[in-house]
Design a protein around this ligand. Structure first.
Ligand code: SPV
Ligand code: MG
Length: 564
């Protein structure tokens, strides 16, 4: 299972029908467990100028059985099949087509349909053979087709059970496998379509695609005769010289690469085991093995590690630069009292609730007024000749495990901190795009942000897409900007090394204005973020909608007191 590749069962179920409307030929590939699902779900290949990928996943009975060490003969129990389907659903976000074998007895099939539909599967394909079937690719296996009326009734009963119009039941015709020929295949196709089958899979084990091409011609005529337009599916395992282009041309709508991931793994596994035996050590096999780090990446282990770090209560720190003087107030902004508690006290309470106990506050202006306990104070005695960035780096020794940067004049809720700890990326700024409604702030120059992708209108969607900052600053045109910076930023352990190097490089080498600041000494936090971006590092956003407020002037205090 991975925490990425997420999609709801409803959205996944309907995605195959949506693809069928959009594309002439849908490309499906087999997976037989979670790892193979991750691989086929994520793989992309640039072919000429086009990025190609698979449109969906086939849960093959052949490869699922083989992966479990069984022959493909309807031996595996239903719960075991659900477990495989669940693994694949949990590791992918593409539509699933389940190989339902014969579907078993009609009652069993009804229960199968219900479960698959509930799980978010888009299509089940059942073959018109007698239970228990034998795999179709073995020319010497006994292939017994079901009476077409009995099979048609099974399809009909399955269709009666489903409750959405998104789920599809496809009839797989085995007449070309069993030797009963094209006429029988067409006779059956007509019957199955008439009882409501959502499409036809025509199977063949010939090395030449001619017989399925012939079927396709007749299928098109039949579809016109019946006034239907239902997908035609094929599995080119034996007739593998056929191209997708040719299949599209002949009127096929879905092509299934039914077993290649398992077969290639099977060959590689045998080879690896044999090399180890031959050499009686592991060195020689390394060149045909994936490095462990690649497996870690694919299955999400790196994210687990990152989160361990973020959630390690003893490790992650908060750093609050609060040294500056604000002409609107005659005390440090951290000490502004809001309904009986200072801003700093409110920040500490929230951070503690989120598990962050190690909080560093940089003091300067009227430092003796800081009277809150439970934080570590660090002084910036040059607060008159330097600005926020330099205050921040006064806490440099406490950055090393990663930290959260917090402006001294904001109040925020637990959810923002929890989401920030859970966000992806090494440097993540909390941003809000509802700034246009902050009417009380019109007199203030906001820290505005321009991002690579435009904000999603559906701000409260469940899964946030990754988005990168391109520009940040107060001089950005309000009409161009996508977001306002909230004043909260996460820095991972890895990013601390980077920001340190950039800071010292600028300190030693930079001369003249620094982004929007008159000099590097007077740099604000946002100037430094722009410098990081300009040097090619990725800075991500966490989009929030309200849940925070900045105390800029006396009026903000009144507003905040009302809200609190
Ligand atoms: C499968 O992949 O399990 C199939 C296709 O049913 S075949 O093995 O060719 O019969
Ligand atoms: Mg099968």
């Amino acid at each position: 299972m991975t925490l990425t590749n997420r999609i709801s069962p409803e959205d996944r179920r309907k995605s195959l029908k949506q693809l069928l409307k959009k594309k002439n030929l849908i490309r499906i590939i087999e997976a037989h467990n979670g790892l193979s699902a991750i691989i086929v779900n994520n793989i992309k290949e640039k072919v000429r100028d086009e990025i190609l990928e698979f449109d969906g996943i086939w849960v093959s009975s052949l490869t699922e059985s083989a992966a479990k060490g069984y022959p493909d003969a309807e031996i595996i129990g239903i719960e075991s099949r659900y477990e495989t389907i669940r693994q694949i659903l949990n590791s992918s976000n593409k539509p699933l087509i389940v190989d339902g074998d014969t579907g078993g007895e009609a009652t069993n099939f009804e229960y199968f349909v219900r479960s698959l539909e509930d799980m978010g599967v888009s299509m089940v394909i059942i073959e018109d053979k007698k239970f228990p079937k034998r795999n179709s690719l073995d020319p010497s296996a006994k292939q017994t087709q079901e009476d077409p009326d009995i099979f048609a009734l099974k399809i009909k009963r399955g269709k009666n059970v489903q409750i959405t119009s998104d789920f599809m039941i496809v009839a797989r015709i085995e007449s070309l496998i069993s030797g009963s020929g094209l006429r029988d295949a067409l006779f059956r196709a007509k019957k199955f379509l008439q009882v409501g089958a959502d499409g036809i899979m025509i199977h063949s084990k010939d090395t030449n695609p001619k017989e399925i091409f012939d079927f396709a011609v007749e299928y098109n005529k039949l579809s016109r005769e019946l006034g239907v337009n239902k997908p035609l599916i094929c599995v080119p395992t034996t007739y593998n010289t056929v191209t997708e282009h040719e299949l599209k041309d002949k009127g096929f709508n879905i092509v299934i690469y039914a077993n290649h991931i398992l077969r290639s793994a099977h060959k590689a596994m045998k080879k690896a085991a044999s090399i180890i035996l031959k050499n009686q050590r592991g060195l020689e096999v390394e060149s045909i093995c994936s490095p462990v780090i690649n497996i870690f990446k694919d299955v999400g282990f790196l994210e687990v590690k990152e989160k361990d770090m973020k959630y390690d209560i003893g490790k992650i720190r908060a750093i609050i630069p609060a040294a500056g003087e604000d002409p609107n107030f005659n005390i440090p902004k951290s000490m502004i009292n809001i309904k009986g508690k200072s801003i700093l006290q409110r920040q500490i309470n929230i951070l503690n609730r989120c598990g962050i106990k190690d909080i560093n506050v940089i003091r300067g202006y009227k430092k003796d007024l800081f009277n809150v306990e439970g934080v570590q104070y660090i002084d910036n005695n040059e607060y008159l000749t330097t600005f926020i960035l330099h205050s921040l780096f006064k806490a440099e020794d406490n950055m090393k495990n990663g930290f959260i940067y917090i402006n001294s004049d904001i109040i925020f809720n637990d959810q923002i901190i929890n989401n920030l700890l859970n966000s992806k990326g090494d440097i993540v700024l909390v941003v809000d795009n509802s700034y246009v409604y902050h009417k009380h702030e019109v007199d203030k120059k906001l820290d505005l942000i321009l991002t690579k992708n435009k904000p999603d209108k559906e701000v409260r969607r469940l899964y946030q897409k990754e988005n990168e900052i391109i520009r940040i600053g107060k001089t950005l045109d309000k009409n161009m900007a996508d977001y306002e910076f909230v004043g909260l930023t996460y820095f991972s352990e890895y990013s601390v090394d980077i920001i340190r190097k950039i800071y010292y490089d600028c300190k030693i080498n930079h001369e003249g204005p620094f982004h929007e600041a008159v000099s590097f000494e007077m740099a604000s936090f946002t100037d430094f973020i722009q410098e990081i971006i300009d040097r090619g590092f990725k800075v991500n956003i966490l989009e929030v909608y309200k849940g925070w407020i900045e105390i800029h002037n006396k009026k903000d205090i009144e507003i905040t007191e009302r809200i609190i």
